[in-house]
Ligand binder design. Structure first.
Ligand code: NAD
Ligand code: IPM
Ligand code: MN
Length: 370
């Protein structure tokens, strides 16, 4: 039986709370046997790593990440670290993981579970049955482009500079991921950029068009300006299947998409590297789309579903356990169907906390696998 090496990085704020929920789910799969056994290493990241090591992630934790079959990441950041130097701020740990592991492809699925069609801030008919996938470029663009600095102009003014850079190969490989995934779904890709303003947008459109013409003429391709895409996501989100976009647009569009599903606490994600030519294995990290939620940290109210659904993505994309992934996703849907709700998905007065929601998912796992 295969041993799957997992690295759990709980992080800050609600990170450790949802990581605790995830550990229970992993323990359930471990006890059940069948798919494999899990060896879990755990380390600090973000503010927790800064407090212990003075950096947002240690070299030792990076080495563990490099060796793992999948990294499971909670969330980082919070007001406690608001004034630490930029280079060692909590978010720098997350960005180093993405960059050093080469995790260029970020899959952010937004699915509206039937039980939650009323929980979105949008009308039921707009979101019911929604199943879209945002494919976000994750290791390039304005997040990493140089120069990135604040310079003193010497006249009492300063200048803040970020640089958006994309090379052909970066656009091509993320578009390839989007086209390949579209073929497994409804075969439609919307490529979002701003070629009307940005040179990187002009190149983005050109490269996506060329790749489509070369290798993917069977997939329906639409080009859409990113601002219009944001509007269309709120107006009529079900027109989309796969949306491919750069790092910054993907960050913003995926938070918009989150609200279609009811809450940011629902959205999982997978960050994948290139397949190793020898083994076919991809480096990978799985994390909720949401952050450390400082406003509810410590209250036990966090919704653990984004974290648990991120593990389902790990089962599917890194651990070769597709049946287990299906089972876990079905258990989340079944738990929601029993009416159990955290506050963020409309629990109101009857809201449950992280623990009760996690137990409801574990109970559903028991029922569905009996
Ligand atoms: P956030 O995602 O932490 O919170 C936004 C809102 O959503 C808050 O009201 C929060 O309570 C709610 N929310 C988020 N996750 C929830 C969950 N699982 N259950 C219930 N409610 C949930 O975004 P923010 O407040 O803008 O950022 C807080 C910190 O998190 C910042 O330091 C930011 O940089 C960081 N951040 C980290 C990540 C990450 O680690 N991947 C992602 C986004 C933001
Ligand atoms: C996300 C987050 C991160 C990002 C931050 C915390 C660096 O917002 O994963 O969506 O901007 O990518
Ligand atoms: Mn974000």
């Amino acid at each position: 039986m295969a041993t799957h090496k997992l690295l759990l990085l709980p992080g800050d704020g609600i990170g450790p709370e949802i990581a605790g929920a995830l550990k229970k789910v992993i323990a359930w799969f471990d006890a059940r046997g069948g798919g494999g056994v899990y060896s879990i290493e755990e380390d600090v990241v973000g503010g927790a790593a800064y407090d212990r090591h003075g950096v947002a992630i240690s070299d030792a934790a990076m080495a563990l990440a490099q060796e793992s079959d999948a990294v499971l990441f909670g969330a980082v950041g919070g007001p406690k670290w608001a004034s630490v130097p930029y280079e060692v701020r909590p978010e720098a740990g997350l960005l180093r993981l993405r960059k050093d592991l080469g995790l260029f492809a970020n899959l952010r699925p937004a699915i509206c579970y039937p039980a939650l069609a009323e929980s979105s801030s949008l009308k039921r008919e707009i979101v019911e049955g929604l199943d879209i996938l945002i494919v976000r470029e994750l290791t390039g663009g304005v997040y990493f482009g140089e120069p990135k600095e604040i310079i003193d102009l010497g006249n009492g003014q300063k200048r803040g500079i970020d640089t958006q850079i994309y090379d052909t190969y970066e656009i091509e490989r993320i578009a390839r991921v989007a086209f390949d995934l579209a073929r497994t779904r409804s075969n439609k890709v919307a490529s979002a950029e701003k070629h009307n303003v940005m040179k990187s947008g002009v190149l983005w459109k050109e490269v996506v068009t060329a790749l489509h013409g070369r290798d993917y003429t069977d997939v329906k391709l639409e080009h859409i300006l990113a601002d219009n895409c944001a509007m269309q996501l709120v107006r009529a989100p079900k027109q989309f299947d796969v949306i491919v976009c750069d790092n910054l647009f993907g960050d913003i569009l995926s938070d918009v998409a989150a609200m279609l599903t009811g809450s940011l606490g629902m959205l999982p994600s997978a960050a994948l590297g290139a397949a190793d030519p020898m083994t076919g294995r991809r480096k990978s990290m799985y994390e909720p789309v949401h952050g450390s939620a400082p406003d509810i940290a410590g209250t036990g109210a966090a919704n653990p579903i984004a974290m648990i659904a991120s593990f389902a993505m790990a089962l599917r994309y890194s651990l070769g356990q597709v049946a287990e992934a299906d089972l876990l996703e079905a258990a989340i849907a079944a738990a929601l169907a029993t009416g159990v709700r955290t506050r963020d998905i409309g629990g109101g007065e009857a809201s449950v906390g992280t623990e009760v929601m996690t137990d409801a998912i574990l109970a559903a796992l028991e029922r569905l696998s009996a």
